[in-house]
Design a protein around this ligand. Structure first.
Ligand code: SAM
Length: 316
């Protein structure tokens, strides 16, 4: 077996083991990290253009308004290291302003999408080292050799930190704080706001988010030989005020049994699978999240409507 075949087999095994663990419990859960195969990554890019999904537009406006200053946080010849880089679309605003960057390190779990994106970036930024890392950022990520000691700034846009349980988010931030040469961290977070606006952003009228979340079952069918009947699961997005988060679930519409790797998973009518959460922050909850990781909230930058914020973190 060559390396990439081996890596894909390991991914399939982890997908099955992790999903079975989550589906055996009550309530049933699946990890959002499995949403991102090539189809999931493409669907997410479609979400970023939806009228209801204000997050991308708000964050892009903040990046454009403060591009020079944010890029200036990276010292001459230093590296910008991005978690969950996806298509790196908004990042280009920083790369355009970062002619002095030595390297850009996009980290993502969606391998094919990441490599394709890196190829486009190499053509667009020939003077910059583009060093993609395929990794799961819920575990410690090993940076490319040669950049281990370089001065670096972490970048985690897209409100993706809100998908992580607080302890995982703190561990990721602490890991970046402990990098040799850590200079700062730029973090994109969505803010607590009106329930209607939040729910609409995660339950769009064209049903793209429903397809994106449902893709996890399709992936289990195609990569793990499961037999989920997709039409028998309905998508639901709800605001959980107590936890300040949107919960995204797939709800079984009937009594049904699904086979996965030799096991049978039974569903009652109305029983949900929790697939993803998107946590929303206030200045206070954000400070409380970053402080235990050794970061200090140096500055919060907002878009005009104050829907979204970019936090500039300095070593605490
Ligand atoms: C919400 S999207 C954000 C994409 C992009 N940064 C943006 O702002 O539009 C989340 C990104 O994180 C990646 N991702 C999700 N879970 C991950 C994990 N555990 N490890 C590494 N990457 C992950 C996905 O593949 C996807 O590209």
């Amino acid at each position: 077996m060559d390396g990439s075949v081996q890596a894909r087999a390991a991914t399939a095994t982890a997908l099955v083991e992790d999903s079975l663990r989550g589906l055996r419990g009550t309530p049933k859960v699946l990890s959002p990290k499995w949403l991102y195969d090539p189809r999931g990554s493409a669907l997410f890019e479609q979400i970023t253009t939806l009228p209801e999904y204000y997050l991308t537009r708000s964050e892009a406006a903040i990046l454009s308004a403060h591009a020079d200053r944010l890029a200036g946080l990276v010292p001459e010849g230093g590296a910008l290291v991005e978690f969950g880089s996806g298509a790196s679309v908004k990042t280009r605003t920083l790369l355009d302003a970062g002619g002095h960057f030595g390297a850009y390190v996009p980290i993502d779990i969606s391998e094919d999408f990441l490599q394709q994106t890196a190829q486009g970036l190499r053509a667009a930024y020939p003077g910059m080292q583009i060093a993609p890392v395929v990794a799961d950022f819920s575990e410690a990520v090993t940076l490319p050799e040669g950049l281990a000691d370089a001065p670096k700034v972490g970048f985690f846009p897209g409100s993706t930190i809100g998908n992580l349980p607080p302890e995982t988010a703190t561990a990721l931030l602490a890991h970046a704080r402990a990098w040799p040469g850590a200079q700062g961290f730029i973090l994109g977070v969505d803010l607590v706001k009106d329930r209607g606006e939040l729910v609409a952003a995660y339950d769009d009228s064209q049903g793209v988010t429903a397809q994106f979340i449902g893709n996890i079952l399709q992936r289990l069918n195609s990569e793990a030989g499961a037999d989920f009947e997709l039409t028998q699961f309905a998508y639901r997005a709800r605001w959980n005020a107590a936890a300040a988060r949107i919960d995204m679930e797939l709800v079984s519409t009937c009594h049904q049994s699904v086979a996965l790797d030799g096991e049978t998973i039974d569903f009652a009518p109305g029983e949900p699978i929790h697939v993803s959460a998107s946590r929303k922050y206030t200045r206070e909850s954000l400070s409380a999240l970053v402080a235990p990781a050794g970061w200090q909230l140096a500055e919060l930058l907002f878009d005009e409507a104050e829907r979204f914020a970019m936090a500039v973190l300095s070593p605490g």
